[in-house]
Design a binder for this molecule. Structure first.
Ligand code: GAL
Length: 428
């Protein structure tokens, strides 16, 4: 493994490395470095933590030493702040949970290690779908390894709560959603559990974009950032719907963590949540059964699938123990058995091809099926809300607009004007 843009070693470091290797050759008993990783991640909720522990245990079972560096805060913005300060201080963690656009930004700065050796040995080009492997490569070289495939276009519902207003199904378009939500609200039930954090509001927004605009519009507006699409009547309709949805959220939503919103659905305090399928990890961690205690259904769309792949990027570090640790971790993450164990806990589906799905539940099987259908029709699209789609500054422009609109009296016209302006500024 070598850094993509490796920094020259100091001559002192070279001498020290030479002496160390000479010593190690003389003392074979201690020549084996203990593979060590310090892992910076933000998996701290119930389901997330279980999945993270599965990775830690697998690593330790293979003789590795795991130093856990969790930074609480769903969506990961707190973790990214810590990462930036660690790298600036010259103290990068060995492995970091990152999304593809951020991976590319760090690789461009020469901060990441090259994983080609392990990728070649483990045949990553063959065991990963091409759509994922391209997201893991910078300049043709592997710099990260994917753990899973999540999706953000999901509604999680409590069937008992829906039954209180005579509903047995999750609505399949936004008009029906509004009608059902009105009925729930009239009964004093919170129709929509939401955490008022900008990234969560953006997950709601991207789902409305997908539902009202369709996959082609999503691509044009949120991926290509086409100005006509951004200021179109369709985008105004999206903001109109966001204004309607605002009324279905309870008064205490500001700042609430996503898993607390999931708990509201779980405990019958709210009827539905629009959230990525890490929410399923929460339901499962609490012993809830899909189809019985909770319903999972894709939000309305024309075969869209808003994907989100968690990956680990290895930062360029020195020391045989750390480099061995990075190689070991990278290789374990794509192990067939590990992919099964981890994704069963996390709520996602495997990143690796060919993992048996017989232990996966109805929500995961649906996800797999929808993913295939979306790929056949250009509907496999990255989520903006969880930083999968765009470089940080552009994601920021969209998120800021969505949250300013949602938390004010801003009109839909003002919102599209602001969106165009913010995106143009971020492009400069
Ligand atoms: C996403 C991440 C998921 C999940 C979620 C909430 O960014 O990809 O794995 O953890 O945040 O924390």
């Amino acid at each position: 493994m070598y850094a993509l843009k490796s920094k020259p070693h100091s001559s002192y470091a070279k001498k020290a490395a030479f002496c160390a290797s000479a010593l190690l050759a003389l003392v074979p008993a201690i020549a084996q470095a203990e593979p060590t990783v310090e892992v910076l991640h933000y998996w701290t909720s119930g389901g997330e933590a279980k999945a993270a522990v599965a990775l830690k245990k697998d690593f330790e079972a293979h003789g590795g030493k795991w130093i856990d560096s969790p930074v609480a805060g769903g969506g990961g913005s707190a973790a990214m702040t810590v990462l930036r300060s660690r790298v600036l201080a010259g103290d990068a963690p060995t492995a970091v949970q990152l999304k593809s656009p951020a991976i590319m930004e760090w690789a461009e700065q020469g901060a990441l290690a090259n994983l080609d050796d392990v990728a070649k040995k483990e045949k990553w080009d063959e065991i990963l779908p091409k759509r994922l492997s391209t997201l893991m490569k910078y300049d043709g070289h592997y710099v990260a390894v994917p753990v899973n495939i999540h999706r953000t276009d999901m509604i999680w519902a409590n069937p008992e709560v829906l039954a209180k207003v005579g509903a047995s199904k999750v609505p399949s378009n936004w008009d029906d959603f509004n009608k059902l939500a009105e009925k729930l609200k009239a009964q004093g039930i919170v129709p929509l559990a939401l955490g008022g954090q900008p990234w969560q509001e953006t997950i709601l927004f991207e789902n409305v974009v997908l539902g009202i605009g369709g996959t082609e519009f999503y691509q044009k507006a949120l991926i290509d950032l086409d100005e006509d699409a951004l200021k179109s009547d369709t985008m105004k309709k999206v903001f109109d719907e966001m204004r309607i949805l605002r009324v279905f959220v309870d008064e205490d939503f500001a700042g609430r963590d996503w898993n607390l919103a999931t708990a509201m659905v779980m405990n019958g305090k709210a009827a539905m949540q629009v959230m990525g399928d890490w929410a399923k990890g929460e339901f499962l961690a609490a012993g809830k059964v899909p189809g019985k205690d909770f319903l999972c259904q894709a939000t309305p769309s024309n075969h869209g699938y808003l994907f989100n792949t968690d990956s680990f990027a290895m930062f360029s570090v020195e020391g045989a123990d750390k480099i061995e640790g990075q190689n070991l971790l990278a290789s374990l993450i794509l192990g067939q058995k590990f992919q099964e164990t981890f994704n069963l806990l996390k709520g996602s589906i495997p990143a690796r091809l060919g993992v048996p799905m017989d232990k996966f539940d109805m929500c995961a099987l649906q996800s797999e099926k929808d993913m295939q259908a979306s790929q056949a029709s250009d509907g496999f699209l990255p989520s903006v809300g969880v930083n999968m789609a765009l470089p940080g500054n552009l994601t920021g422009a969209i998120i800021d607009t969505v949250t300013s609109h949602f938390n004010s009296e801003m009109s839909s016209q003002e919102a599209v004007d602001k969106l165009v302006q913010a995106v143009n500024l971020a492009k400069e």
